[in-house]
Design a protein around this ligand. Structure first.
Ligand SMILES: Nc1ncnc2c1ncn2[C@@H]1O[C@H](COP(=O)(O)OP(=O)(O)OP(=O)(O)O)[C@@H](O)[C@H]1O
Ligand SMILES: [Mg+2]
Length: 348
């Protein structure tokens, strides 16, 4: 994969070309101080909130003495305030309002898909800049865009200069069973994969032929030969009325998930096979279509490894009081064990 292919797949490159066929969006340049804030590893504090942290003091004394701890105004107390970006904030809010009040945020290439668990609604839906910051600061995918967008590229030319952008897309309730990823090589649609391959959707096997032909028609009429590259990966959505929409464009290479294909197959030059029939598609002149065929193959979400254990989340949000009680009991038990060990230690 070449650096130029990555450059061409930036949102601001393809959106003006295919505006009519995709979700309404607004692109805002990302100021340098916002980029610095997103890359800063410090305490996560988002705009509009204030957190007072106190460095913990080790105190092994009994409970009466613990009551004497001063919880404020000593030199160990620091107040962490979220940085404010008033001008940028008002531009973002204006754009969110213009898009109906709820948006799906991205950077030049990626959305913070690995961070949706951290949001209160467990979703990427945002209504304010602080919602966006919370997701972006928790996402490895966003850090990837900011720090190493060309990591999988094979050419050793200097990295092109990137103008970072915040992309706000109108929030749309997309049904995961309607999403497909299409692999285009030398301007030919060679493969279509169900996007949410962890689930089995009955309607896909029932409507396989019509889904495939509507995607092929969409590609031929609106995309083919109109993108600056001849190799790329296109994400589409087929709505309940059978209309196909463009969701995203991605580089043709390892950086993009090949879903139910492998990159070896896609780049080998050999013709691909359908998963259903195992038939070679070269003779039929149509793309190989792959989807998950039975409930047995249902797999865990691919983003699961990015999350923290559910117990931690319940504890931090105070959602499960019983877990908190168990946790405190466990802590107390550990402390008692430690002091027993100290008492039982070697006597001098
Ligand atoms: N405007 C939107 N409103 C609601 N959900 C959306 C919207 N756009 C995309 N999504 C959902 O979010 C998912 C990821 O979106 P998108 O493909 O733009 O992210 P990405 O970071 O480019 O993903 P990938 O790394 O797989 O290329 C989509 O599959 C879709 O389910
Ligand atoms: Mg993408």
């Amino acid at each position: 994969m070449k650096k130029e292919q990555v450059v061409n797949c930036q949102f601001s490159v393809w959106y003006p070309l295919f505006k009519k066929h995709t979700i309404k969006s607004v692109i805002l340049p990302l100021p340098q101080n916002v980029i610095d804030y997103l890359l800063d590893d410090g305490t996560l504090v988002v705009s509009g909130s204030e957190l007072t942290s106190q460095s913990s003091r080790t105190n092994n004394s009994d409970s009466e003495e613990e009551e004497d701890i001063q919880w404020s105004d000593d030199e160990t107390t620091t107040t962490v305030t979220a940085p404010e970006f008033p001008e940028f904030n008002s531009k973002v809010q204006e754009a969110i309002n213009a898009l109906g009040g709820r948006v799906f945020p991205k950077l030049n290439w990626s959305a913070p898909r690995d961070a949706n668990w951290i949001a209160l609604n467990s979703s990427l839906q945002c209504q304010s800049l602080s919602d966006i910051f919370l997701l972006f600061k928790s996402s490895d995918f966003i850090t990837h865009d900011l720090t190493q967008p060309f990591i999988h590229c094979s050419d050793d030319s200097p990295d092109p200069v990137i103008n970072y952008e915040l992309v706000l897309r109108k929030w749309s309730e997309l049904i995961p069973g309607g999403e497909y990823r299409c692999f285009v090589k030398e301007n030919k649609l060679i493969g279509i994969s169900q996007r949410d391959y962890t689930q089995h959707y009955q309607h896909i096997s029932k409507q396989e032929a019509s889904i495939s032909s509507s995607i092929q028609e969409f590609f031929r009429d609106h995309i083919q030969y109109q993108f600056p590259d001849e190799d790329f990966v296109l994400d589409v959505y087929r709505d309940s009325r059978g209309r196909v929409w463009l969701i995203d464009l991605n580089p043709f290479g390892e950086v993009t998930d090949s879903l139910l294909f492998t990159w070896e197959e896609l780049t080998s030059g050999n013709s691909l096979t359908d998963n259903q029939t195992g038939e070679d598609t070269a003779l039929q002149e149509c793309p190989a279509f792959r989807y998950t065929t039975s409930e047995v193959t249902v797999q865990p979400s691919p983003c699961l490894s990015y999350r923290i254990p559910r117990d931690f989340l319940d504890l931090s949000t105070g959602e499960d009081a019983y877990k908190l009680i168990d946790f405190l009991k466990l802590k107390k038990g550990q402390q008692e064990e430690e002091s027993d060990e100290e008492d039982a230690g070697p006597q001098s």
